[in-house]
Design a protein around this ligand. Sequence first.
Ligand SMILES: Cc1cc2nc3c(=O)[nH]c(=O)nc-3n(C[C@H](O)[C@H](O)[C@H](O)COP(=O)(O)O)c2cc1C
Ligand code: SF4
Length: 570
Amino acid sequence: MNILLTPARIGPVEIKNRIVMPPMTTRTADDEGFVTDDCLAYYLARVRGGTGLITVEMASPEKVGRHRRREIGIYDDCFIPGLRRLTDAIHRGGAKVSIQLGHAGGHTRADICGETPIAPSAIAHPVYEITFETIVPQEMTKARIDETIAAHVAAAQRARTAGFDCVEIHAAHGYLISQFHAPFENRRRDEYGGSLENRARFGLEVLRAVKAAVPDMGVVYRLSVEDFFPSGLPYAEGRQIAIWAAAAGADALHLTAGHYRSRPSAQVVLPPMNFPEATFLDYAAEVRKRVGVPIIAVGRLGDPATAERAVSQGKADFIALGRSLIAEPDWVEKVRRGEPIRRCLACNTCINEMRGGARIGCVVNGAAGRETVFVAPQMPRGERIAVIGAGPAGLTYASLVAEGNHVTVFDKDAQPGGAFQLAAKAPMFQEVETDERSFARYLANLVAACQTKGVKFRFSTEVKSAAELLGFDLIVTASGATYRFGLGLLTLWLIKTGMARARNCPAVYIVGNPQLVLLPRPARHGGAVASPGAAGSARDRHWRRGARRQKQGGDCRRIPGGVAGRRREG
Ligand SMILES: Cc1cc2nc3c(=O)[nH]c(=O)nc-3n(C[C@H](O)[C@H](O)[C@H](O)COP(=O)(O)O)c2cc1C
Ligand code: SF4
């Protein structure tokens, strides 16, 4: 029996397996923070996929702590009915549900939260939320600290009324409690500043007060144990806070790392593809030896074998899968059935687009954040389907419709992958440095998913006319885009020779939209054609950007040092 599929407890709450969905902001709430149908559908897709514990995204216990527009609300009783609708639906699906109580502190702005932000000290905070601005928050007095602790207690009580099983206290990533931890952000001279004991005091007071108020709920403490910047929280101190938090009543520790001031960038919080897998697991393993409460590990643990080893080797009790569950909501069920999962690329498009104003979305899962659009897909049945193109779009489509149909994928190349293989060789993909292994793993799993469902492949076969496809009921074209202005040959040469990675290389463009296809209503008979570029453009914002690019002279995606060079803060 795979240990990931065995039950375990967080305080009073039994979870049916070891997979936790960590909090991830989605912007699927409405403008005021009320739960919407889209929000519900997004979480329910992960429930149906077998996740044991769903943690609903960061919700501030006070209005002043709201960190993003369309953040889900829990700071007032008016949010309870919507939250109750969410917890009821998640429970009906068989999962347990938690919510993250997260206060932005100085990492928000008056135009987002409607009030003057508060923080341990009045120092400048760079805030990137759609636009980039630096603010100076108000320093919290002792009375204001007490008020904020009380707000956490009230929010936890609201969570209980709304039917949550657990609450998670956000002491990570540079938000309020984490700001108290970091000497750079906490310049106080009172009992909340200076020594580690003092800097940890506020978070531990929140924890004790919440646990005392809701003893029948599981209380999880989510802690960055290492901030990765000078004068941030170093690991030795983070580990000590973890030990104190366990002693202060946390029913589980959720150990993460990183801060929006991290070096080389805030991306450390979500280790991109050029970081090692299981990035923070050693921290979890070491803390686990020193505390008596369950440890939730997070950070590039989406490979099922890696996740399984982490638990079986005693490095963690639970595995939190963030981006992996955005990319593959059915992760648990597929592991249970022994099927290949759709691998997350660790390209961070989801977070970067979201910080820029888009709702949650995913490069390899066009349905993420748009689950309501795919409620009742009209899948073909008993058809002979020809898919032209074995790139990610063609392979994804083939794997989705393989059951109940006879699917053959044609590609002029001798191997699958299409232009996606070139994307792996370019210096940057979206805003992160490429790592070819990430693309290779993703493609290998897509091919395996097709093979296990009986899809046939015809490589080294260029289909030049529909006449060559007589006998098929349905033809799906997923053959990608073409370069304009004859730039294709130049681009291929730059990438294949490795010149594209050279420091002095001019901007390189890769054609086509690497967004993948997920067709809700596959094209029917009559030679109808589904274009991956069109069907795969998951989000409106992408369309707008695409349109802008076209106006600028091509439907090209830029892979430049220029975009990557733009420093992104939390
Ligand atoms: C779109 C997105 C939103 C996130 N929002 C939050 C959040 O609200 N609170 C939080 O503590 N972490 C947040 N995170 C971080 C994740 O919880 C997780 O720690 C991170 O993605 C690393 O785990 P992974 O490698 O499994 O993705 C977010 C991550 C993503 C991708
Ligand atoms: S957008 Fe990229 S990083 Fe985010 S979930 Fe999808 S594949 Fe993973």
